[in-house]
Every structure is written in structure tokens, then in C-alpha cells.
Design a protein around this ligand. Structure first.
Ligand SMILES: [Zn+2]
Length: 281
């Protein structure tokens, strides 16, 4: 958290408010929040923002100055947020970087990250290409159904870790992986290459539906997530299994939602989501 929908909401709000803005100044609270490109920082003073894109769970902002384009990549995965000045921050000491802007809809973008699992990177075009190719597999909202079916059939990896493996498919984390698999009635530990093509196609459709609906509802506000303008996402109300262990299954099957023990908990219905092996079905 944030995952793809929250990063997409952030990218859209930024695009709407700050494209065309000029960077007046910046403030860097701690140098170790910049993963790479710290030496480029001064270049950004006086640059104009020309675009905002999402890659996986990261937001990439493009800047133009003296006919050169450079980029700021902000990792939002886990605990990072990009916030406008008006957004309330509970713990302002966790703001590590601020861009002061003029000429657009917002006067500041702040990078807020209480646990510092994410970082900022300052990149030129070659650096950005390397940054994205190293980190991100195909985007689940861009890849085609057959590409997804091929991805599943190519690996014995279990479904949930596969959906969360950013180099295989970029942007899905623990919350949406659980919600998607429950709706697709597939067990989180199901081996990917044992999912039949028809079920894989269904999973692809559901994955897109869940992510798009979550974007439309502003994402899920779990723990400390806010959109840049300070609003909370409403998709949390649609969660069916995430953090709902002990509740009865929303499908009405009579079973109780289980939580697996592990680093990233799986929430699933043991009756609706059974491990299937095509050899025995
Ligand atoms: Zn059930």
C-alpha cells in the first residue's frame, strides 16, 4: 500500500494540477531519501514540468530545462505519498522532499514517507530507461489477455506471489492480489501453470475490473494513504477478504475467511478458493 490504483490516482491528480508548473525551488530534508542522481538535484531549479506518468507503484514526473528532459521517480510502494500543500499530514517530520512550484494549480509537492521503504530517483532519459526496465514488468491494465495467459503458463510460481512480483507484472500488491484472487475463486497458493486457460482469462478480466474500479473510487485508504489532494480512497468499502479473517464468506458458502501465516498474509475462502490440479478435475 499504495499499490497500482493509488499510484494511478496520484499520477492523475498531479498531471491535472502541476503540468506546466515551474520549479521555483526545492527542499531536501535528508539526502538518503534520494536513491540515485543526487548530483542532478540543482538542475531541477527553474525546470518546467511537462508530464506525469505511473509505472507500477511509482510516479514519474518529467521536467524540461534548457532543451533537456530529466525525471523524478517517486516510489510509493509500501508507505510513500506525494501530497499537495493543502493535504493534512499527521507527521510532518516524515516529509523528506518538497518541490516549490509556480504557475500551476498547486504550490508544492511533498514526498512523505514515514518508514522510508521507498525512495526518490533523479534520472536522465537513459537512467529512466534503466530504472523502468530493471523494476517493472508489463502493466496489468496495458498487457493483453494472451500475454497474461502466457505469463501464467510459463511459471510454477504460486498465483499470489506471481501477481505481486513486480518484474513479472507491475503494480499489484497484497491488498489487490487478495481481492482479485477471491473474486476469481482461485487459491493464492495455486501453481500458476496449473490454471486452465479459461480460468486464466477470467482472472485477467477480474484483475482489470478490480483495478479500474479501485482507480474510479480513488483507491483504498488503508493505514495512512491519502491522495495528493488529501482525500481518502473509497475502495476499502468494496474489500471482500483483505483484513477480514474470521468473517463469513461474502459468497454465502458458509465458510469463514482464513488468513495464512506468512510475510504477506493471504486472506481467502477455503471453500470457494480451492487448489485445483487439471490432472484430477
Ligand atoms: Zn466462500
Amino acid at each position: 500500500m499504495p499499490e497500482l490504483p493509488e499510484a494511478e490516482v496520484a499520477a492523475r491528480q498531479l498531471r491535472e494540477q502541476i503540468v506546466g508548473s515551474l520549479v521555483n525551488d526545492y527542499w531536501l530534508g535528508r539526502e538518503d531519501i534520494v536513491r540515485e542522481g543526487l548530483f542532478l538535484l540543482q538542475w531541477f531549479r527553474g525546470a518546467r514540468i511537462t508530464g506525469v506518468e505511473r509505472r507500477g507503484k511509482s510516479v514519474i514526473i518529467a521536467f524540461l530545462r534548457a532543451k533537456q528532459t530529466k525525471f523524478l521517480a517517486a516510489e510509493l510502494g509500501m508507505t510513500g505519498l506525494l501530497l499537495f500543500r493543502k493535504a493534512p499530514t499527521k507527521y510532518p517530520q516524515h516529509t523528506h522532499f518538497v518541490l516549490h512550484l509556480e504557475g500551476g494549480g498547486e504550490s508544492e509537492i511533498r514526498y512523505w514517507n514515514p518508514r522510508r521503504f521507498g525512495r526518490l530517483s533523479l534520472l536522465d532519459q537513459a537512467g529512466l530507461d534503466q530504472y523502468t526496465s530493471r523494476r517493472f514488468g508489463p502493466d496489468p491494465l496495458v498487457m493483453g489477455p494472451m500475454q497474461f495467459v502466457r505469463l501464467l503458463s510459463s511459471t510454477r510460481r504460486r498465483l499470489k506471489p506471481l501477481l505481486m512480483h513486480q518484474q513479472a507484472i507491475a503494480g499489484i500488491g497484497n491488498i489487490y492480489a487478495n481481492e482479485i484472487l477471491f473474486r476469481a475463486r482461485l487459491h493464492p497458493d495455486q501453481a500458476a501453470n496449473q490454471v486452465e486457460e479459461k480460468a486464466a482469462m477470467r482472472l485477467y478480466e477480474i484483475m482489470g475490473d478490480v483495478l479500474r474500479e479501485a482507480i474510479n473510487l480513488g483507491g483504498s485508504s488503508v493505514r495512512d494513504y491519502f491522495a495528493p489532494d488529501g482525500t481518502e480512497g473509497q475502495y476499502k468499502r468494496r474489500h471482500l477478504v483483505y483484513a477480514k479473517s474470521g468473517n463469513t464468506c461474502p459468497n454465502g458458502c458458509g465458510a469463514v475467511i482464513k488468513r495464512s501465516v506468512g510475510e504477506r498474509s493471504s486472506f481467502y475462502c477455503p471453500r470457494c478458493q480451492r487448489i485445483r490440479s487439471p490432472r484430477f478435475d
